[in-house]
Design a protein around this ligand. Structure first.
Ligand SMILES: Cc1cc2nc3c(=O)[nH]c(=O)nc-3n(C[C@H](O)[C@H](O)[C@H](O)COP(=O)(O)OP(=O)(O)OC[C@H]3O[C@@H](n4cnc5c(N)ncnc54)[C@H](O)[C@@H]3O)c2cc1C
Length: 318
């Protein structure tokens, strides 16, 4: 059985959850097994049922007040318990901050081999071999997991949504949560804002914008296209933009369908966070900027004159 750890945002599943379940059900075909999805939090039955559309045959739903605050140790213990109850041989989580925090603990608890940051189904199930990018995407590694239980973390947007309708049975489960020994003093949750990692379109900008005061057109374009805003690291280091917008090796790793890079040189550390985007559009005054090697479309020109033209063009099309 394959266990999928799902994530929701205020009771609605994140897009990555459907990707994880789709991945799990395609993997289940290879392994000739079924998919159980685990949901933690207050998620209504009609929302839970949607996981059946992507191939989950069972949904274990846990809604405990003690799990309202995310605590890695407690969550790892709960997921371990469900994995053991259900006899999971493979556990799949998202390759985001949550998955990256939980999966090593799960790996230790379940004595399971872990491969983090996969983008595709295993190239072979006997031996269980997965291919993943290494060295900021400069090379690939084929990794064989030999343990009985296997854990994978999947990059967002790397695996599309695959409909695979099943009549999913919902099981409400309660757990007794013991104290992890750590206390979360405060959690600050962004509300009403598109999660950068969930955005299909991302408008990103770098030092070429010259100043934090020049971001209005970036925000306007993002608003018009229903996208999120991101930036390069020096931009957030300068305090021009908040740190949660910084993408790259040391920031968020994103993979939207469309990534606009205004005034970003395309350093390897930046590309490490965005190179899995389906389409990259680069706007840069320097025709030799490395970003053009990674981009599908390039415009050589001044971001500050091209941005208003793009905004006008989008308004016209709309
Ligand atoms: C260990 C380590 C980790 C790092 N992690 C990250 C990371 O996670 N994310 C990250 O982004 N960086 C990271 N960096 C920094 C990275 O190496 C680069 O320095 C950084 O990405 C450059 O940011 P930039 O492209 O905004 O600025 P610059 O390199 O200064 O590039 C600005 C670009 O704008 C262009 N430009 C100038 N004016 C205009 C204009 N008017 N219109 C259009 N284009 C214009 C220029 O031609 C240039 O290409 C890391 C570095 C290290 C050493």
């Amino acid at each position: 059985m394959i266990l999928i750890y799902t994530e929701n945002w205020d009771g609605k599943f994140k897009k990555l959850t459907y990707e994880l379940v789709s991945y799990g059900s395609e993997l289940a075909k290879q392994l000739n097994t079924n998919v159980v999805a685990l949901s933690i939090g207050n998620v209504e039955d009609n929302e839970l049922q949607k996981l059946g559309d992507y191939g989950a045959s069972k949904i274990v739903s846990i809604n405990e007040a003690a799990l309202e605050t995310f605590d890695t140790q407690v969550y790892a213990t709960v997921i371990t318990q469900i994995a053991e109850n259900e006899g999971a041989k493979t556990v799949v989580l998202a390759h985001n901050n949550v998955g990256k925090a939980i999966s090593p603990r799960l790996s230790a608890k379940l004595k399971a081999g872990l491969v983090s940051g996969v983008e595709n189904l295993p190239t072979s199930v006997e031996p269980f071999t997965v291919k993943k990018k290494v060295f900021t995407g400069k090379a690939f590694a084929n990794i064989v997991i030999k343990s009985d239980i296997k854990i994978l973390t999947l990059f967002q947007n790397s695996f599309g949504l695959v409909e695979n309708k099943k009549d999913a049975e919902i099981e409400k489960f309660s757990v007794s949560v013991s104290d992890s020994g750590t206390t979360v003093l405060e959690t600050k949750k962004a509300t009403g804002k598109l999660l950068l990692s969930d955005a299909e379109i991302v408008i990103s900008a770098g030092r070429g914008m010259k100043s934090g005061d020049n971001w209005q057109p970036i925000e306007e374009l993002a608003e018009l296209l229903g996208g999120g805003t991101a930036c390069s690291r020096p931009v957030s280091d300068e305090g021009w933009r908040p740190h949660d917008e910084h993408v790259g090796q040391t920031g968020k790793i994103i993979a939207p369908n469309l990534y606009f890079a205004f005034g970003i040189s395309g350093a390897i550390q930046h590309l490490g966070g965005v190179s899995s985007s389906k389409f990259i559009v680069a706007i840069n005054t320097d025709k030799d900027a490395p970003i053009f090697e990674a981009a599908n479309y390039g415009i050589i020109g001044d971001a500050r004159t091209i941005l208003p033209e793009m905004i006008e063009a989008v308004k016209r099309i709309k």
